[in-house]
Design a protein around this ligand. Structure first.
Ligand SMILES: C[S@@+](CC[C@H](N)C(=O)[O-])C[C@H]1O[C@@H](n2cnc3c(N)ncnc32)[C@H](O)[C@@H]1O
Length: 248
């Protein structure tokens, strides 16, 4: 696990820079840059099964995933530390005419903050999602174990946790990605922590940046997270990794 200085999500300027560099769909759940989303990967099961499900997204940013899930009939809470990202999330939700609840706080205190907002965390959520956020929330294995413990506490038995992280081999990426200073977790560390916290890991999916010409042709409909300045990959290494885990 490596960690450098953390990116500053409390800074309006930093958030503005991030938001202006990305093009993220509110019509499909994304799992990382320039890669297929939920419509293609089907990690959440049948789309109709999402109707009425309670979903929590941790580090939701501008909440595009919450919005996509709300459109599919889920009841979503988006949780994030940054008031600037949440302001954008509220604006996007209004524009998409969906109702999502947005809560602000540090995910290290997730359960306490949920309780303070009258959300009884214990066994509350059918699904918890963390896409590109755990590396900003957790500085080390100890933080990560604590983070997973809180998520386990929030989930119903057999509830799903989907964790999408930059792949440990992401170092090859350039451009915007280089500006993120987050903790990079080894696959072994993630697996160990998930198992330690009582999760069964059902799938591990490595995402590769697909052919730029194909992405340009198919666009955001098929690639729900695109960078405005394409983050070119010189090699065929994966850029993100998704763990689909279930509370046992
Ligand atoms: C790279 S963005 C990803 C946002 C969103 N999940 C997406 O995929 O577009 C990381 C997000 O994590 C949030 N974040 C960072 N540290 C956090 C913390 N300690 N608690 C809650 N959210 C945090 C940031 O504010 C930011 O919105």
């Amino acid at each position: 696990m490596t960690h450098k200085k953390h990116s500053d999500w409390q800074s309006a300027e930093f958030c503005k820079k991030y938001l202006s560099a990305v093009n993220i769909s509110t019509g499909d759940v994304h799992y990382g840059i320039s890669s297929p989303g939920e419509r293609r990967l089907r990690l959440m099961g049948k789309p109709e099964n999402l109707r009425g499900k309670n979903v929590l997204e941790i580090g939701c940013g501008a909440a595009q995933n919450c919005i996509a899930l709300s459109k599919a009939g889920a009841q979503c809470i988006g949780f994030d530390i940054s008031r600037h990202m949440l302001k954008e999330a509220a604006r996007l939700a209004r524009r998409n005419r969906v109702r999502i609840r947005l809560l602000r706080g540090d995910a290290k205190d997730l359960c306490d903050i949920l309780k303070a907002n009258n959300v009884r965390p214990k066994d509350m959520f059918d699904m918890v999602l963390s896409v590109y956020s755990a590396g900003f929330i957790c500085k080390n294995a100890c933080d990560f174990t604590h983070f997973l413990g809180q998520i386990e506490n929030c989930l119903v038995i057999k509830g799903t946790f989907i964790l999408c992280l930059p792949h440990p081999k992401i170092e090859h990426l350039q451009g915007l990605c280089r500006e993120f200073t987050e903790t990079i977790f080894s696959i072994n560390a993630v697996m160990e922590c998930l198992l330690f916290n009582g999760f069964n890991v059902e799938r591990v999916v490595e995402q590769y940046i697909e052919c730029p010409a194909k992405m340009e042709k198919e666009g955001i409909e098929n690639y729900p997270f695109l960078l405005k300045n394409h983050c070119a990959s010189k090699t065929q290494k994966p850029n993100s990794i998704i763990y689909v885990a279930r509370k046992s």
